[in-house]
Design a protein around this ligand. Structure first.
Ligand SMILES: O=C(O)CCC(=O)C(=O)O
Length: 282
């Protein structure tokens, strides 16, 4: 290797000539994001209220209700919970939640540039559902705790989240725990929030879906994210056709994997994957 070759500069550099890293909008560095981030790192979660309006919630719900079918196959999915997987293939209605600037602003602070979407679901908790087993979302990255989060999640309240209707529950401060401590239901608090709000939590934070003792279903959208160097839960590159990817915003295209984590992770033929979308016939 050449004496003058600086491997660190090479690793950090954006080598793509045609498709560089996307610009970060001002909204992603707004003062509110700094305050949200402070709460997130202190408590392991933050509730951001009224981020989308009720009309948007109603439009999302109307479209996604059509997609809901069977209930869960095991207690974790929830025998009285309906879930839609592969959401991005089926509807564009939740895209603006996945790439919402207030969420991506938190991700900018939390993870390295190039972070990815990890999975998306519609989750409809029906009346009578039992509490979901508490868990952490990035436990499958089998690296000992305490450690930094390698994933992060949003759960969007498309209906109001109440203690009765199955609001997500979280254990404040649990993101700092080691592997020796398991979350107990008595320690969990409901993330109650108005329709149109979101709870954002770290992949290391203990949480779960709540029990639904009300007479109505609780409708939510979740999008999860991970560091660019961790495996995504959902295999977007196999799920999404190129035509679907062409319909996504540049941010969302990057999030599902049409992006490079410097210096070259994600390459196709040694080049940026967005080149695959150039030929409309492909
Ligand atoms: O539906 C919720 O509130 C949370 C669900 C959850 O944590 C999960 O399914 O992994």
């Amino acid at each position: 290797m050449s004496e003058n070759f600086d491997i660190h500069a090479y690793n950090d550099a954006d080598h793509a000539a045609t498709y560089g890293q996307l610009d970060i909008s001002d909204e992603r560095s707004a003062p509110e994001v700094a305050a949200d981030f402070e709460a997130l790192m202190r408590d392991g979660y933050v509730i951001i209220k009224n981020l989308i309006d009720h009309d948007t919630c109603d439009a999302i719900k109307a479209e996604c209700l059509e997609l809901l079918k069977q209930t869960g196959r095991n207690p974790f999915e929830g025998h009285a919970t309906q879930r839609v997987y592969d959401v991005l293939s089926k509807t564009r209605s939740t895209d603006r939640l996945a790439d919402h600037p207030r969420i991506l602003g938190l991700m900018d602070r939390l993870f390295r540039p190039g972070f990815l979407l990890s999975q998306s679901q519609v989750i409809n908790i029906l009346p009578g559902e039992a509490p979901q087993a508490l868990h952490t979302d990035d436990a499958f990255y089998r690296i000992p705790r305490p450690r930094q989060a390698l994933g992060a999640a949003t759960v969007w309240a498309i209906d109001e989240f109440t203690e009765e209707n199955g609001s997500t529950v979280v254990i404040p401060g649990s993101h700092k725990w080691g592997d020796d401590r398991l979350g107990e239901l008595e320690e969990a608090v409901p993330a109650m929030m108005p329709k149109g709000s979101v709870v954002f939590f770290l992949g290391t934070t203990w949480h779960g879906g709540g029990k639904n003792t009300s007479a109505a279903a609780r409708f939510a959208i979740t999008h999860q994210y991970c560091e660019a160097y961790m495996r995504q839960q959902e295999n977007y590159l196999l799920e999404l056709s190129k035509d679907t990817v062409r319909q996504l915003s540049p941010e969302l295209q990057a999030l599902v994997g049409y992006s490079i984590y410097p210096p070259f992770m994600g390459m196709v033929e040694g080049m940026h994957p967005l080149r695959l979308l150039e030929n409309a016939a492909s």
